[in-house]
Design a protein around this ligand. Structure first.
Ligand SMILES: Cc1cc2nc3c(=O)[nH]c(=O)nc-3n(C[C@H](O)[C@H](O)[C@H](O)COP(=O)(O)OP(=O)(O)OC[C@H]3O[C@@H](n4cnc5c(N)ncnc54)[C@H](O)[C@@H]3O)c2cc1C
Length: 477
């Protein structure tokens, strides 16, 4: 395809959770749609590194797009989780107050939650909080309980939306960067580092680069300032320490450091919030991680930080305005920018809102037949012995365990590759091989060998996450 000119009704720039949700919602309409990302896989930007909370919606200022779309998105995720096999658990959240003044602030948060339409928020007394979460700091005074809050695997959410979009006809182009754009007579001419693309409508969901994409065809009207958040992740042996997500009182910089189970049973602590200039800088540093751990201990004093298995950081796309920027910036060009938290929670609602804007502009019709379901890759570790036996009899590769920490079989890794994984990270994020206690120390060479065999590339060409991240410096003899 390199060097050719291709035409679509809609080009979505950005394959994070926002672009994937827009593709999912738009795929219900009779349109030729393409989603493009500069990276070698989907979910390589902010969508891969966040808290994974499907927020209830107690924090955004009423009347903002964040408030509206957070509460709508939370409801949609509850509705579609089973249908799209998304790894989601409705575990509820507590916003804990550890002083009398913080406890007085809970009333404001409760009212804000009610104004935003959050279902059934309630303030719990100290005893009620301790009965729910016995490891929470004993100086807790009270907490706001949010039963609709949940935890999601952000990769699972993004891949599920994108895979369903592909089942309904959306094309995906990876490792292809948009580098320029012009518009003539209602047609956008998009230059990538490989091709020229034409589209009647362009949707800008480029995360921390959304201002650069906007400025290609529109007057400068906003800027994105990345804010980094760092985390530590604990081994699953700590999983019983909390069952709800424990927030502290929010500040002007965000919702503060949380302690939460993840959708796969680890414990996550973080994030901080640090303004940075480099839009690729997801490094962590010991001083910030020490701050994260100290803050987490205020909520749950018995966390055993000797059980940390990894640390990571994500970049919030903080806009110069404080709200999501969603709308037609010029005829046919739609911005979906400044999608910081609660962007994950809001994604399906953003998808629906943006698809309505595009459909109205393009006068598109709904398709008569849509595939609503998406099946996940089978998870051997969650199956009964009888179910495992059936799977292994049909394909013995499900009986060959490759990742011992997470109990991931060769069959699941092959499934991940068939669904588009071409790198170690692509496999890891689809089936969790390498996500466990040893962080890939045992399974990495075995996963590399399977990628090499299934995709027909040499071992020396197998990458961690795209060109330039080859794991080996030469072919092994
Ligand atoms: C520390 C932290 C914690 C968070 N916690 C939560 C939470 O618990 N709950 C919640 O709801 N939200 C949370 N969020 C927010 C949430 O993660 C984001 O709102 C969401 O992931 C944004 O997704 P996106 O698709 O807009 O951006 P991204 O995931 O960054 O996707 C943008 C994509 O655009 C691509 N791109 C950029 N430029 C180009 C180009 N020129 N050509 C082609 N492709 C391009 C990038 O490669 C990238 O894949 C958190 C964010 C952070 C940083």
């Amino acid at each position: 395809m390199d060097g050719t000119e291709v035409k679509y009704d809609v080009l979505i720039i950005g394959g994070g959770v926002t672009g994937s949700a827009i593709a999912w919602a738009l795929s219900r309409y009779d349109l030729s749609i393409c989603l493009i990302d500069k990276e070698s896989d989907l979910c390589e930007g902010t969508s891969k590194a966040n808290s994974g909370i499907i927020h209830a919606g107690y924090d955004p200022v009423p009347g903002t797009l964040k408030a509206l779309l957070n509460v709508m998105g939370n409801k949609i995720i509850h509705d579609i989780a089973d249908q799209l096999s998304i790894d989601f658990i409705g575990n509820g959240a507590l916003v804990a107050a550890f002083s009398d003044s913080e406890a007085r602030g809970l009333e404001t948060l409760l009212q804000r939650g009610k104004d935003n339409g959050v279902p059934s928020p309630v303030i719990l007394s100290r005893d009620e909080v301790l009965a729910k979460e016995r490891n929470i700091g004993s100086d807790v005074k009270a907490a706001l309980y949010l039963p609709s809050s949940g935890i999601v695997c952000p990769f699972s959410l993004t891949y599920a939306l994108a895979e369903n979009a592909v089942s309904n006809g959306v094309a995906i182009r990876l490792a292809e960067k948009v580098i320029g754009m012009t518009e003539h007579d209602g047609i956008f001419h998009i230059a990538t580092d490989k091709n020229m693309i034409e589209a009647r409508c362009v949707i800008n969901a480029a995360g921390v680069y959304a201002d650069s994409i906007h400025n290609m065809v529109c007057d400068e009207s906003f800027s994105i300032m990345p804010r980094r958040g760092e985390y530590v992740l604990l081994d699953k042996v700590c999983s019983s320490i909390v069952s709800s997500t424990i927030f502290q009182m929010p500040t002007a910089r965000g919702k503060g450091v949380l302690v939460t189970p993840t959708a796969h049973g680890n414990i996550l602590c973080g994030p901080d919030s640090t303004e940075i200039r480099d839009r690729e800088d997801t490094s962590t540093d010991s001083g910030t991680l020490a701050y994260v751990m100290e803050s987490a201990l205020k909520s749950v004093p018995s966390i055993d930080f000797r059980k940390i298995i990894t640390s990571f950081a994500g970049l919030r796309a903080h806009p110069s305005s404080d709200d999501f920027i969603i709308g037609m910036a010029r005829p046919g060009f739609i911005d979906v920018a400044g999608i910081e938290s609660p962007g994950l929670s809001s994604a399906p609602a953003i998808g629906k809102m943006v698809s309505e804007i595009a459909v109205d502009y393009l006068k598109a019709r709904r398709k008569s037949h849509v595939i609503e379901e998406r099946k996940a890759i089978p998870k051997l570790r969650d199956l009964s012995y009888e179910e495992r036996d059936r799977l292994i009899s049909a394909d013995p590769r499900y009986g060959n365990i490759i990742c011992r920490c997470e109990e991931i079989s060769e069959g699941e890794i092959v499934d991940a590759i068939r669904r588009g994984a071409t790198t170690l990270d692509g496999v890891k994020r689809r089936v969790r091989a390498g996500m466990g206690r040893c962080q890939g120390g045992f399974c990495t060479p075995r996963v590399m060998a399977i990628i090499s065999r299934e995709t027909g590339i040499g071992m020396d060409a197998v990458c961690k996450n795209g060109k330039g991240s080859e794991v080996l410096s030469c072919e092994m003899s």
